[in-house]
Design a protein around this ligand. Structure first.
Ligand SMILES: C[C@H](O)[C@H](O)[C@H]1CNC2=NC(N)=NC(=O)C2=N1
Length: 117
């Protein structure tokens, strides 16, 4: 399924089930710069870190990420500081990672604002 899905044009689906551990490497290969993480306060997630020269650039990126979140109805956890933003995606309703997380990760990485630094 993942090989036939164009992540940059895909739309998140409201009903999705968590990917299995065996499926993850194929999906991770589609989103360079994103790594799998596990934290106590959220389901298994993927995470990436973006660096910027200043808070203006950081917030321009955060606002572009928010536009994706609104359009996809799929929302990341964000850690925002002066010159950096860390994003984590997981699908709370599925209790793990779904194609929706990889769709949003790919679209965030493709943002022109993501390469401002
Ligand atoms: C009703 C609404 O579509 C859901 O609550 C959406 C909103 N955004 C979401 N974002 C994330 N990351 N996981 C979800 O399960 C999720 N669910």
């Amino acid at each position: 399924m993942s090989s036939s899905l164009n992540l940059l044009t895909a739309q998140c689906q409201p009903q999705t089930t968590a990917l299995s551990e065996a499926e993850l490497p194929t999906w991770l290969a589609l989103v360079p710069g994103w790594k799998p993480v596990k934290y106590d306060d959220m389901p298994p997630a993927i995470e990436s870190h973006f660096a910027f020269d200043n808070f203006y650039q950081t917030m321009a990126f955060v606002n572009a990420v928010a536009e994706i979140a609104h359009g996809q109805d799929h929302h990341p956890d964000l850690i925002v500081s002066f010159g950096a933003c860390t994003l984590r995606y997981s699908t709370h309703s599925a209790g793990g990672l779904t194609p929706n997380d990889f769709i949003c990760a790919a679209q965030v990485s493709a943002l022109p604002e993501a390469t401002a630094a």
